[in-house]
Design a protein around this ligand. Structure first.
Ligand SMILES: [Zn+2]
Ligand SMILES: [Zn+2]
Length: 442
């Protein structure tokens, strides 16, 4: 499939907003303009493939806001040198001996009335300052092209309008994430009555989301931004997993379903932006390659550099929005992994804050002290022996009890069982175990 067609198909099938489709990269129009540039070169009888290396330069004067492309030919006029040959017809336009300053050369071209319509065949085949001349060494000739400026102007204009779309989209997404944040806080808050909170559901959901790494991979082997195809796969996996675990249908609060829809919509919109940027970027790359293939001007690298700082060429937006989703949405539910004791590797319960500021469970701390292990397991500071029950972090205790009800309860029971066995021997049974035994007998 030809790229122009592929591009059209991609624009149509992804459900992009109408305006995006309208403002997409004018690939077909640019293709026509390339033809015109090639014709212009031909009209000036400039065949760059036949010029020796280093005998022409094509560059852009200005910055990405405003620039002029310029083709300059150089030739040396040394006796016996044949380097003048490929540009013979251009040189023939000079009324008399060309001079070696650029301005003068331009003037000379103006005087010669060289423009897109001039036909080289009508120009007398006389090389001014022919090979016999020795009074100058290098001459620069600026070839007056018109359609190349049109070509690059079109790209630049389009990149600008793509950038505007992206800016608007970014603002809308920021707004949407703010709305979701407001909506989500009361839904994911802990409540005494479990039926009045979806905290655990949201936490699970966000754990799956982080695991999916929809737009940026966190895995060691593939760390970094994802392509739109990869992101689509990850987003589908996330949705599938949420469905498989029944999270969407088991919410306690009616508002949670709505918030989940909003969350998914934000992700889909961000994905669409990624895809749209990606295909437009691809179109820019393809058309520049085509330009070079047909004109041999070698512009793609210089021009890409010129517009490189543009946000269409970066993943700034995805980065910014993902960071915001993390801060304002995903982090609404604190994660267990942030409150793990480095000794027993489960929730840090009755947390001791060591002098080095690390937390470990009071029981783990006592165990360390009994075995004269004096160093913090995280930073190796000698802080263990100084800790006592006064070092228990009461604020953190309250926080954990509030946000990790189940985990704290489980850990308490575990501690009580350990304690009971130490005091009463291996036959000790905790009330919860007894209840369990009783049930299983029944
Ligand atoms: Zn511990
Ligand atoms: Zn430490």
């Amino acid at each position: 499939m030809k790229f122009a067609h592929q591009f059209q198909v991609a624009l149509q099938e992804e459900g992009f907003p109408e305006q995006w489709v309208k403002e997409a990269f004018p690939y077909k129009q640019l293709k026509k303009t390339i033809k015109r540039v090639a014709n212009e070169l031909e009209a000036h009888n400039v065949d760059l493939t036949k010029l020796p290396e280093g005998s022409f330069e094509y560059n852009f004067k200005g910055d990405r806001k405003g620039f002029t492309p310029k083709l300059t030919l150089f030739y040396e006029n040394k006796p016996g040198s044949n380097k003048t040959q490929p540009v013979k017809s251009i040189l023939s336009l000079f009324p008399r001996d060309p001079v070696s300053t650029n301005e003068a050369t331009n003037e000379a071209i103006d005087q010669a009335g060289l423009d897109a319509n001039s036909s080289p065949s009508t120009i007398p085949d006389a090389v001014p300052g022919s090979e016999k001349a020795t009074d100058y060494r290098q001459v620069e000739i600026v070839v007056p092209l018109m359609f190349d400026a049109e070509f690059f102007g079109l790209i630049q204009g389009d990149v600008q309008s793509l950038d505007q779309i992206q800016q608007r989209e970014r603002e809308d997404l920021v707004q949407e994430v703010n709305n979701l944040h407001r909506e989500l806080v009361p839904l994911a808050e802990p409540a005494k009555n479990r039926k009045k909170s979806d905290m655990y559901k949201w936490r699970e959901l966000f754990e799956i989301y982080l695991d999916a790494g929809v737009f940026f991979s966190r895995r060691e082997e593939s760390r970094g931004p994802r392509t739109s195809a990869e992101a689509k796969k990850q987003l589908e996996w996330f949705q599938g997993e949420v469905k498989r675990r029944g999270l969407a249908t088991n919410f306690q609060l009616p508002g949670s379903k709505k918030a989940l829809d909003r969350f998914l919509k934000i992700n889909v919109t961000l994905w669409q932006n990624l895809k749209y940027q990606e295909i437009n970027q691809q179109a820019v790359g393809k058309i520049l390659k085509k330009f070079d293939k047909n004109t041999h001007l070698g512009a793609s690298q210089t021009f890409s550099k010129l517009i490189e700082s543009h946000s269409i060429m970066s993943e700034d937006m995805a980065k910014a929005i993902c960071a915001k989703i993390n801060d304002d949405v995903v982090n609404i539910t604190p994660k267990l992994s942030d409150y793990i004791c480095p000794v027993c590797t489960s929730i840090v319960w009755r947390p001791i804050r060591l002098k080095c500021q690390h937390n470990i469970c009071v029981n783990c701390c006592i165990h360390f002290q009994n075995h004269r292990m004096r160093f913090c397991p995280l930073c190796r500071a000698e802080t263990i022996m100084e800790a006592d029950t006064d070092s228990i972090d009461a604020d953190l205790s309250r926080y954990l009890k509030r946000y990790f009800v189940d985990e704290v309860r489980e850990k308490q029971i575990e501690n009580e069982i350990k304690d009971g066995r130490e005091r009463f021997g291996v036959l000790y049974r905790h009330p919860t175990e007894r209840k369990h035994m009783h049930c299983s007998v029944m």
